[in-house]
Ligand binder design. Sequence first.
Ligand code: CUA
Length: 424
Amino acid sequence: MRLTSFPTRPQRRTGLARWLCSALALGGIALLSGCDLNFWRMDGPQSTIDVAGPVAHDQLEVFYVTCWVTFIIFVLVASVLAYATIKFRARTEADAHAEPPPQGHGNPLIELGLIGASVFALVVIAVPTLKAIWYTHDVPVADKGEAYQVNAISSQWWFRFEYPDEQIKGVGPLVTSNELVIPAGRPVHLNLRSMDVIHSFWVPRLAGKVDMIPNRANFLWLQADEPGYFWGQCAEFCGDSHAVMRFRVIALGPREFNEWLERQMAPARTVPVPQATASNHPKAQFASYRTDWKENEKGWSESFDLNPLESWRAKQFPDKNENPELIAKGRELFQSKTCFSCHVIRGHMVGGSAAYPDLTHVGARTTIAAGLLENTDEQLARWISHPDLVKPGNHMWSEGYVKNNIKLTPDDVAALVAYLHSLK
Ligand code: CUA
């Protein structure tokens, strides 16, 4: 069917208006984001541009190559389009109503040239892509430094990290939760496993994401070049609390890493109660914590964000103002409220399961609730008072509090906070 008239004139006007609007909008975005320096630096804690290790660096190179190739294509296509739009526009009233020119087959030479150029562009992208795929698949051995082994196991909605090379006599491998501590400057081989649904392991500044699939043995390797503190995130939708299934990676120099291992291998720390008051615990001074938390209220402080590695270091050693009576009361409550039936506190009580976070050294972590809240007294009180309001769907609430009818008074919460934070 042949079109008899082209509504050229009104379209030309709106066309021009659209160009103008787009230009203004782009300019506006550039100006607005210019005010926000962070936007241009792109160095947020989960930036894939601000890389800190060889794997992420290699992947970033592929990204840049792809960006440049597509940018050049964009400039070429946009220039030809702009040229054709301006040069062949309808200039007069007669132009506007004229028949379209006869339609030809095209120019074979140009078409062949375009095919050739496309193949060339794809090869330019494919070469570094393939190299990066091989690089990320070859876990470095001996000559580049033997990789350190860690098993990363995901569950709804937290991560367990096992250190198979660090066997604790009569217990098994060293286990931590939600904070993966690794040696800096050494490749780490992560065996990725899932206990339930598909999750994905992602530390943007160190390496691209890899899925954690039930009944499938995936792996990735990464390396942090320098000691540092990195944010991680589950990157595959896995249910209610997927968006808040986070973790942290802490990279340490060799000596600091070994000291950390030594502390972690030890059983839970016990704070002795002074003899005089051992018989009457109620002398404990109860702290009182905020209770008016809103559901999505931020759970960490600016000062923590400023230097998270220093915050981590500060967490490794006992607080000077510990209250032994309160800690003892918390330890009793941990047993009487049946918390120990899920959580392992190695050396303090028998119980617990690998299906739930190990709390033997929970006081030495910077975050709780799978990287969602800073591990301060106040945030821990918030978390154990109302886990359902912090992390929707979490099992501590549905399988623990609700099923076992656990009720905690503010004094119970204060004692449990003191106990858990004594576990350095
Ligand atoms: Cu686990 Cu998303």
